[in-house]
Design a protein around this ligand. Structure first.
Ligand SMILES: [Zn+2]
Ligand SMILES: [Zn+2]
Length: 201
């Protein structure tokens, strides 16, 4: 198991008929976002299988698959949620010795091109970005997740806390799964607006 999936592309730059292959498993992925190192956590070793074919000149085509079971946080109660993804990879690549880090660039055709400067290419950033693009923006561990108490942080899925005792059951907003008008409604960033007394024109 390797933290840094590398593929060696030097021979593809010398021969336009050559191809390269790499496969393996990743138990997580780290990548740089600005100056911060971010980590994608996987619930089990995530298999990847990648082929790169030379297209002539500095261009290549990468194809393959990556199937991580991404660990995300429930948007309401923050507990871990396993999100299985089956990602099909297919990306044009271009060798540019000036590129210090591999990055995705949008070509005129609108397609993404993976630009890289080191023939010993680290695929971490590419796989991380592909994973993030393929993952849902937010997940709930359960559609009916009750979230956390905004006062004490208690997980309301495990039962009410002293702050929720006064909220009648009929007040539960089925769309949000949060008791409307209670402190718990703040779970939704727009919910606080509902509590404001706005002057009417
Ligand atoms: Zn939840
Ligand atoms: Zn509470």
């Amino acid at each position: 198991m390797s933290d840094q999936p590398h593929i060696h592309l030097g021979s593809l730059l010398r021969s336009s008929t050559d191809e390269a292959h790499v496969d393996g498993e990743l138990d997580h992925l780290t990548y740089q976002q600005g100056k911060e190192t971010q980590t994608l956590r996987f619930a089990e070793p995530a298999p990847f299988d990648i082929d790169v074919n030379a297209l002539g000149g500095d261009e290549m085509y990468l194809q393959g698959s990556f199937e991580p079971t991404l660990i995300m946080e429930c948007a309401r109660c923050l507990r871990d949620v396993e999100v299985p993804l089956e990602l099909t990879l297919g990306t044009l690549m271009r060798y540019d010795p000036a590129a210090t880090e591999p990055y995705l660039e949008e070509a005129e055709s609108g397609e993404d091109v993976l630009v890289f400067g080191d023939p010993n290419l680290d695929l971490s950033a590419y796989l991380a970005e592909t994973t993030l693009l393929g993952a849902p923006l937010s997940v709930l561990h359960d559609e009916a997740c009750k979230g956390l108490c905004q006062v004490c942080g208690h997980d309301l899925n495990e039962g009410p806390c002293e702050h929720s005792a006064a909220v009648p059951v009929e007040a539960i907003d089925t769309d949000l799964g949060t008791p409307e008008g209670s402190t718990h409604a703040r779970q939704n960033p727009f919910a606080t607006l509902r509590g404001l007394d706005l002057p009417e024109d």
